[in-house]
Ligand binder design. Structure first.
Ligand SMILES: CC(=O)SCCNC(=O)CCNC(=O)[C@H](O)C(C)(C)COP(=O)(O)OP(=O)(O)OC[C@H]1O[C@@H](n2cnc3c(N)ncnc32)[C@H](O)[C@@H]1OP(=O)(O)O
Length: 419
């Protein structure tokens, strides 16, 4: 049972409270609480104190919460401004007293006031964030490929399409990666913007003592015309068994703007001498990887989980930001008891796939919570399935099918990143 605790002071931190705040975050994430000068300088370089909340009991920080500006790609490729939530923790001595609830209310209130369309996060545990109106909007799957079983031609030595794969250095990754990812992100619903710091961490330009950096291999695919169309980062684990190499190539990330580049990079990863297993990293659930293999059963699902959670703050702008595959109209009753998004909305999609959305007094056809709307918004779930689960209510027979015809997409959304 949550016991409210009015004596806890929740507020944006001051610069000089950063060390105490990091200590609380380390504690909440069960890492050794000690804070190094390195860590303080690093945090200071990028956090925005006004969006970095601390919960203080007397002089001690016992709760942490941070948000930052992010772009999230909607269906159709438009970017919407998101309030990205991260570094959420409450020290075990102060749990279940409503501290997270208060920090979340403060941050989402500020996000709404700023005009952010949605909030986003990657949930440590499934049950935490639904109560705040977040719904799982993308999923991820990780595969492990048993290379000898895959049936690939062992003589392969590079792409047959005139493209080429080269190993490159981290400076090249810092040069080529951000622009490539921008192109990937703009065509991938569910993808989020990456900061310069993301590339600096991935390439070892920023690394903290806490987690020593291991330089991965970076491979780049260029098309026949020399265009950079794909890039992958992977490590190998130096494992041998009974005088036989038995290495696992662990893919940290693989991005591509074309199917040819993606196929060639996977082919390359599955053709490295000594490598008997390839772990794919966090892929979209409908990733083609298994089907690039003559025997798709050689790719076994190792992990499957909810990934990006979305909280819609502005229903009108969220629904108008995305595109739709067909024309139609639907009246939605959105329930958002404690939040800003509740109300009845009419969504009207024109022949060109663009939508208009406005508050209405017409009869509702589908009633759903704001978290379930987020789950439908990026196109991943089906309203008919949610109705079967009792999570959405059809106020007009057939409204679930209509919602699916409008909202559901043939390709599934994917967020390649953790933040
Ligand atoms: C985006 C990210 O940063 S993900 C990382 C999240 N952080 C962690 O997982 C670190 C370890 N856990 C924690 O620090 C804390 O348990 C937190 C932050 C998850 C929760 O903080 P608390 O202050 O305990 O949450 P709070 O007291 O506001 O709880 C509100 C409600 O959520 C429920 N709740 C909170 N955390 C959990 C959980 N992990 N599992 C199930 N229910 C939960 C509470 O029981 C309470 O329910 P009630 O209103 O029905 O009584």
């Amino acid at each position: 049972m949550t016991r409210p605790h009015p004596d806890i002071d929740i507020r944006p931190i001051d610069e000089d409270e950063i060390p105490d705040w990091i200590r609380a975050l380390n504690t909440g994430f069960l890492r050794s609480p000690g804070v190094t000068e390195d860590e303080i300088a690093d945090r200071r370089s990028y956090i925005e104190p006004s969006r970095t909340l601390g919960a203080f009991d007397g002089g001690r920080c016992v709760g942490t919460f941070r948000s930052f500006e992010q772009q999230l790609t909607a269906v159709g490729g438009a970017a919407v401004r998101a309030d990205a939530v991260t570094n959420v923790s409450v020290t075990a001595t102060h749990r279940r007293r409503g501290i997270l609830t208060r920090m979340m209310a403060e941050d989402l209130g500020a996000a709404k006031e700023r005009g952010d369309v949605v909030a986003t996060l990657i949930a440590a545990e499934y049950p935490i964030y639904g109560r705040y109106g977040f719904g799982p909007a993308t999923w991820m799957t990780e595969w492990t490929v048993d290379v000898p079983r895959a049936g690939l031609d062992a003589r392969w030595s590079g792409p047959e399409d005139g493209g080429r794969i080269d190993l490159v250095d981290r400076e090249d990754v810092r040069k080529l990666g951000p622009e490539l990812y921008e192109r990937v992100r703009r065509s991938q619903p569910g993808a989020v913007s990456r900061t310069r710091r993301w590339w600096e961490i991935e390439t070892g330009a920023v690394h903290l003592d806490r987690a020593p950096w291991v330089e991965p291999f970076f491979s780049v695919y260029r098309s026949a015309t020399g265009e950079v169309e794909g890039m992958a980062a992977y490590t190998c684990d130096d494992r041998w068994e009974d005088k036989q190499p038995a290495e696992t190539a662990k893919v940290k990330w693989l991005i591509a703007t074309t199917a040819a580049a993606e196929r060639a990079l996977w082919r390359h990863l599955c053709s490295i001498d000594w490598v008997t297993k390839v772990r794919s990293g966090w892929r979209g659930p409908d990733d083609l990887l298994p089907f690039y293999l003559p025997d798709p059963r050689a790719a076994r699902v190792t992990t499957r989980a909810d990934w990006l959670w979305v909280r819609i703050l502005d229903v009108v702008r969220a629904l108008e930001a995305r595109t739709y595959d067909r024309a139609g109209a639907l009246v939605l009753e959105v329930v958002d008891a404690a939040g800003p998004a509740g109300g009845r909305y009419r969504l009207e999609v024109a022949e060109d796939g663009r939508a208009s959305c406005a508050a209405t007094t017409q009869n509702a056809e589908l009633t759903l919570g704001v978290a379930d709307l987020a789950t439908l918004w990026l196109g991943d779930e089906s309203a008919v399935r949610l109705a079967a689960l009792g999570r959405v209510q059809e106020d007009r027979a057939g409204a679930g099918r209509m919602a699916d015809a409008l909202l559901h997409t043939s390709g599934r959304p994917w967020c390649p990143d953790m933040f």
